[in-house]
Design a protein. Structure first.
Length: 227
């Protein structure tokens, strides 16, 4: 007959086996620090339930969802100026929030562009690459947030190159009196409008929000800020 006894500490588990010849066999087993031995019927129980497994941060997900909804709403309600060869997408003034809020804002403005462009659906290219343009711009702004104005300018150029690079498929380029290929004229047009929306309006919005105490409010709710 073999009997066993289990006892231990936070870091080690001692198992004693007593065989038919009364010989005691002792095994010491190391256990992770987040386990502990319990006196209940089940010998193991998590000491720190949150350790050892990944959990989704619902606050970051909620923040990204709010930003996506706000961006999409601005695109839809301001559609007359959000689409076309000459446009001023006011929703793009949200993109600089990536410097303050990080990836939740980057993902939010990308999903917002996907939703807004899908609502009017110029074509699959616009739906996909419009979101890619915002993702690229937001990532640039977040990465180089320590030099905010150059980062906003670079993000605006990224939008102009990506969106202008395909928008000529759907709209004739504006007459700017320039002897250039149609796609290049469209890139110049979208870049100029993006500079206004992102580097001018977006910068002003970001500074106003920082002055209003938004950063402190977000941090008090457990959200990380980066400026």
């Amino acid at each position: 007959m073999i009997t066993s006894k289990i006892h231990g500490t936070h870091s080690h588990l001692v198992i004693s086996l007593v065989g038919p010849s009364s010989e005691t066999i002792i095994r010491v087993v190391s256990v992770p620090p987040w386990w502990r031995v319990s006196g209940s019927s089940h010998p193991f129980r998590l000491k720190y339930p949150g350790v050892g497994r990944k959990t989704l941060d619902t606050r970051k997900i909620s923040l990204a969802a709010v930003i996506a909804a706000l961006y999409a709403a601005l695109v839809i309600f301001l559609a007359p100026v959000s689409f076309g060869p000459i446009q001023l997408r006011i929703a793009d003034c949200i993109i600089p929030l990536a410097a303050l809020l990080g990836w939740p804002a980057v993902i939010g403005v990308s999903l917002g562009a996907l939703i807004g462009n899908a609502y009017f659906f110029l074509g699959a290219v616009d739906v996909v690459f419009g979101a890619v343009a915002n993702l690229l711009a937001g990532a640039i702004i977040f990465r180089f947030r320590d030099r905010l104005l150059p980062a906003l300018t670079a993000g605006s150029v990224a939008i102009g190159v990506v969106v202008g690079g395909y928008l000529w498929i759907y709209f004739p380029p504006p007459d700017m009196g320039l002897s250039m290929p149609v796609w290049l004229v469209m890139i110049v047009s979208i870049t100029l409008s993006s500079l206004i929306a992102v580097a001018v309006l977006g910068y002003a919005l970001l500074q106003a929000l920082l002055s209003s105490g938004l950063r402190e409010l977000l941090e008090s709710r457990g959200l990380k800020t980066y400026l």
